[in-house]
Design a binder for this molecule. Structure first.
Ligand code: FES
Ligand code: FE2
Length: 316
């Protein structure tokens, strides 16, 4: 299970999207059903009933906070334990549980750990912008036809900004660029991934990208004395499908009336990337030595090395 994406924490969905009904998400080739059970606790189960394999997401959440399978009515708690097998009072329910995945609520999102039926080896680490109090956040989600690694490295790639995003986040770089310009990417390892800053002709000011392994990017937009960040959460969904969530966090213009404006700009940036990224070769990014690379590919090559050294062969 979870080939190439095992044993990791990933943000999956906004908490507020999980209401009375179960919600199915596709995560790295597996169906996962999320529901709100006992005490408001959110559970994540592999979307397959242990009895006859049907989709639990077609079932319903019962008054006692269990997810009830639509086929024969077995009931599962958020931790996967079986609470009831109708018509079989002698059944050993402790042996008839569903497969649960560890979950955490961080900021406004549910994070899921891709190791079925096991405890997580560590706690998730999220950028400040996603979890700090006193910020307003907006969320925009898109489904792209590409391998998630192509989408992820696009988020770590500064030299595409003045081309793909010439009218949005690449505008100021484009204005300062000359035919002789040179860009240097300074990469610094951090305990959770890395930090990349782009320097055009030796100058600062290109914004700082932070990478949170394996699939979260936070871009700080430099506005004096203001918090403004754009995050990309890149999740492998089904085969060749990637779920991209763009989250903005801001410490100014905090009223909800400004949210549509920030959502609109996130959608615009995401949609600018879409056609280019979807035209990449199918499948995962190749190892660092393949394809032609130059010095401005520093951050994306770091990602490729990490992906091929650590994630590509993983399975749960
Ligand atoms: S298949 Fe789920 S209860 Fe039978
Ligand atoms: Fe982009």
């Amino acid at each position: 299970m979870f080939h190439g994406f095992a044993n990791i924490w990933t943000p999956v969905i906004e908490t507020r999207q999980i209401g009375r009904d179960p919600v199915r998400v596709d995560l790295a080739g597996e169906g996962v059903v999320l529901f709100r059970g006992e005490g408001g606790r959110i559970g994540a189960l592999i979307d397959r009933c242990p009895h006859r394999g049907v989709k639990l997401s077609l079932g319903k959440v019962t008054a006692d906070g269990c997810l009830e399978c639509p086929f024969h009515g077995w009931r599962f708690a958020p931790d996967g334990s079986n609470r009831r097998v109708p018509l079989n009072p002698e059944a050993k329910i402790e042996q008839l549980g569903a497969t649960a995945l560890p979950t955490r609520i961080m900021g406004d999102m549910v994070w899921v750990y891709t190791a079925p039926g096991r405890e997580a080896l560590a706690e998730p680490i999220a950028p400040d912008g996603l979890v700090a109090p006193g910020l307003s956040r907006t969320y925009v989600t898109r489904l792209w036809d590409c391998h998630w690694t192509r989408a992820m490295e696009n988020m770590l790639d500064s030299p595409h900004l003045p081309f793909v995003h010439r009218k949005t986040i690449g505008k100021s770089l484009l204005r300062r660029m000359t035919p002789q310009s040179s860009m240097d990417i300074v990469w610094e390892d951090t305990p959770w991934g890395g930090r990349a800053s782009a320097h055009l002709d030796g100058l600062d000011g290109g914004g700082v990208l932070e990478f949170f392994r394996p699939n979260v990017m936070a871009l700080t937009i430099p506005i004096p004395n203001r918090h403004f960040r754009i995050h990309a959460l890149v999740m492998p969904a089904g085969e060749g499908k990637t779920q991209l969530t763009v989250v903005t966090s801001r410490g100014f213009l905090r009223a909800g009336v400004f949210d549509p404006m920030f959502r609109l700009s996130s959608a615009k940036i995401a949609d600018e990337d879409k056609a280019v990224v979807e035209s990449s070769p199918k499948g995962a990014v190749p190892p660092s030595g393949d394809e032609r690379s130059v010095k401005t590919d520093r951050a994306t090559l770091q990602f490729r090395k990490y992906y091929h050294d650590v994630l590509a062969a993983s399975a749960a």
